[in-house]
Design a binder for this molecule. Structure first.
Ligand code: ASP
Length: 433
């Protein structure tokens, strides 16, 4: 926390900052000592070295708190950490925020220059005051890790927490998560949970104290979806590189497609479920979706972690597949070329796996489009060796699906059948793109 004792402004105040002839106005956010971070009206945050700027007070914190917006009382706007509901909050949907870490919960550590996960759900909520106009929030910390450190055991722990919150009466769940592996977690929950309420993953590509942070807009759009009738497990992130709308992606059709752009997430082989217009906070559905209350809550945990995703590359040795068989892996997803191919050299190893009752699913490294192993000789031979076509499902999502299926059944034929069937929207009947 900053030491603001001898300053002319406090955390929460509206101030004007002048730096090199440019003027910035915004609310003072929690900042490192020696720094001032502003949240500006645009939703962006800007951080400055205090010694390099002139700061003037525009409006004191007390005045800001008296006008929380859209007719909510300040009490209603406060962030609850227990399940007790605040007076008058009944009209807003009850949304549980489960924080797991990632950039959306991060700031720059000014000593090292690295971005580290430091904020809890409640810090996020107090940093984005607009959220209090959208829901009656409850915060819960599941973990504070970057998502590259997520593991299947963490997906199960997260799923358990989600189910507990829904059973306790949450109208929607908002999961703040690192973007790198968000689609794996979203897929894992999609297979494990049947949900009567929205379960929404949100992250940000740039941390809150960077001027171009996408955290506020993403969190606001995601909270709107969490309170909506879209009872799906979805990922909500920027739709373009501007601040115009967010996209709501189905958790089994989404992929991070860019390392740094704010609109890094795309739905592949499907349209997004909806757009969320950031200017007027309106959700526009684009495809059919499961509506609130249409299904009842069901939870089927259990993931087999000994499943591998193997990318075929020209000249790659089939010994790669053999090593997984030897290591006792229970299932293998292959990311093949084009329509779903591997070299002829790999086919005996596929046969070895399926003979050992290890299912092998073929997906495509093209990502867009559908696998079809009936066109070329190699494809036909791959099918003869017992491999299953993965349809237009993404390789990573197919891996998570395999983990879940093999966590539910030991029956090879049943597993094969399920692997080729659409379970949670991961395989569409007709590929659109
Ligand atoms: N490496 C970070 C993570 O996935 C990146 C992010 O959150 O955007 O946790």
């Amino acid at each position: 926390m900053p030491d603001l004792t001898n300053k002319s402004y406090n955390q929460g105040d509206w101030v004007r900052v002048e730096k090199d002839g440019t003027v910035y106005e915004g609310k003072v956010m929690p900042s490192e000592k020696g720094y001032i971070t502003l949240k500006m009206k645009s939703g962006y945050n800007a951080g400055f070295l205090e010694s390099k700027v002139k700061v003037s007070l525009l409006e004191s914190k007390a005045e800001v708190l008296e006008s929380p917006g859209k007719g909510q009382s300040p009490k209603q706007a406060s962030i609850e950490t227990s399940s007790s509901s605040t007076e008058g909050a009944g009209k807003l949907p009850k949304i549980s925020i489960l924080s797991t870490g990632g950039t959306i919960a991060s700031k720059i550590d000014y000593r090292t220059g690295a971005v580290t996960s430091q904020f809890t759900a409640n810090d996020i909520l107090s940093a984005i005051p607009e959220l209090r106009e959208i829901g009656d929030f409850k915060g819960r910390v599941i973990s504070s890790i970057l998502s590259e450190n997520m593991e299947p055991a963490a997906w199960e722990k997260l799923a358990e927490a989600v189910v507990e919150e829904i059973e306790a009466g949450a109208d929607g769940i908002l999961i703040t998560h690192g973007t790198d592996t968000m689609m794996y977690s979203a897929a894992a929950l999609s297979f494990m949970i049947e949900t009567p309420v929205p379960i929404v993953f949100v992250g940000s590509q740039r941390s809150a104290d960077r001027p171009s942070s996408d955290n506020a807009m993403n969190a606001i759009c995601a909270a709107l979806v969490a309170g909506s009738d879209i009872a799906e497990i979805s990922v909500v992130m920027h739709g373009t590189s501007s601040d115009d709308y967010c996209e709501v992606h189905r958790g089994t059709k989404v992929r991070k497609m860019h390392t740094s752009r704010r609109d890094a997430f795309k739905s592949l082989n499907s349209k997004p479920i909806a757009h969320v217009d950031y200017d007027n906070w309106k959700i526009e559905p684009l495809i059919a979706y499961t509506k609130r209350g249409e299904v009842s809550l069901k939870f089927k945990p259990g993931l087999e972690t000994k499943c591998a995703l193997v990318k075929f590359t020209p000249g790659a040795e089939p010994a790669i597949l053999d090593s997984y068989i030897k290591a006792g892996y229970r299932g293998i997803v292959i990311e093949g070329t084009g329509l779903g191919h591997v070299s002829t050299k790999w086919i005996p190893s596929i046969k070895k796996a399926t003979d050992a009752q290890i299912p092998v699913v073929i997906t495509s490294q093209c990502l867009s489009g559908r696998v079809c192993d009936r066109v070329y000789d190699t494809g036909r031979d791959i099918l003869k060796a017992g491999a299953i076509e993965g349809g237009d499902a993404l390789p990573e999502i197919t891996l998570v699906k395999m983990m879940w299926i093999l966590g539910q059944t030991n029956n090879f034929e049943e597993a094969r059948k399920l692997l080729g069937t659409d379970l949670k929207g991961e395989i569409t009947n007709r590929t659109l793109q």
